[in-house]
Design a protein around this ligand. Structure first.
Ligand code: FPP
Length: 267
């Protein structure tokens, strides 16, 4: 499916009722643990990298679908800090995919107002990977549509360690008093600063784990797991997850549906 899919052409402003998605109650931020590429390939007698290649196609379809229904932020776990343990060839392949994806898709993404962002330990990325993503970020920095946030060489504990260090430095320098450190201080010290927390976290392939993804940010996220392997994940699966999200009542530990930050700001 190309970007000129007619449904894509009719997107914004189109009633979402045909998709059975309620436009008034969309998750602002959807985060996805894209799992099952290896198994997808194995079941077809293909090398693991063929699964990653097919996974890249799913990234394209899901990005388009997320924008189509008006999701504001899509965070995709493309490479974890633990994924370096994989065979060298597979790591090299995975590190080439962002560049390949952006070479092919950036023009269209840009035309649709998509803004590319990156979270993760950028120092550890191969220069060609980092260059490609940084160029895409630069080109799309003023766009105001969907934020497509790639988690590359990302680990939530490492992100929290860095956040604690930066806060500790500010305290040491006398800029901040320990008693003034609150949840907002920590959120602002994370790489997701400025983004809403994920409302919906999706994990494919039947695994029921968080795998060091956005540990702070998902405190109140709705979780949705599916047995579908990532390369088989389509726009319909995304809409299914959104419908499941919309059928749930979020309480945030209280009796109403306001996230804690909104409750605080109302006091
Ligand atoms: C997990 O499946 C998947 C990954 C570690 C890589 C995810 C990467 C992509 C989907 C492509 C990224 C594309 C872009 C554009 C950044 P697995 O290999 O662990 O599968 P398995 O558990 O079945 O072995």
């Amino acid at each position: 499916m190309g970007w000129m899919n007619p449904r894509w052409g009719m997107r914004k402003g189109q009633p979402l009722s045909s998709l059975h998605v309620n436009p008034g109650n969309l998750p602002r931020h959807v985060a996805i643990i894209m799992d099952g590429n290896g198994r997808w390939a194995h079941r077809r007698g293909l090398p693991r990298v063929a699964g990653h290649r097919a996974g890249m196609k799913a990234v394209k379809e899901v990005t388009r679908a997320a924008d189509e229904i008006g999701i504001q932020v899509l965070t995709l776990y493309a490479f974890s800090t633990e994924n370096w343990k994989r065979p060298r060839e597979e790591v090299d392949y995975l590190m080439r995919l962002p560049q390949e994806f952006l070479d092919r898709e950036l023009q269209e993404l840009d035309e649709h107002g998509v803004r590319v962002r990156l979270i993760g330990e950028t120092d550890g990325l191969p220069p060609h990977t980092l260059r490609a993503v940084e160029a895409a970020m630069g080109r799309t920095r003023n766009n105001t549509g969907l934020i497509l946030n790639f988690a590359l060489n990302y680990g939530a504990r490492a992100e929290l360690v860095n956040a604690v260090r930066s806060i500790a430095r500010r305290v040491k320098d006398g800029e901040l008093r320990p008693e003034d450190v609150d949840e907002a201080t920590i959120s602002a010290a994370l790489q997701t600063r400025g983004l809403p927390d994920p409302d919906l976290l999706i994990r494919t392939s039947g695994e029921l784990r968080i795998s060091n993804f956005l540990l702070w940010q998902i405190a109140y996220s709705e979780l949705w797991f599916t047995d579908v392997l990532w390369p088989d994940f389509t726009r319909e699966h995304l809409f299914e997850a959104v419908r499941a999200y919309q059928s749930r009542q979020r309480r945030f530990g209280g009796v109403d549906s306001l996230p804690p930050s909104d409750v605080h700001s109302g006091q």
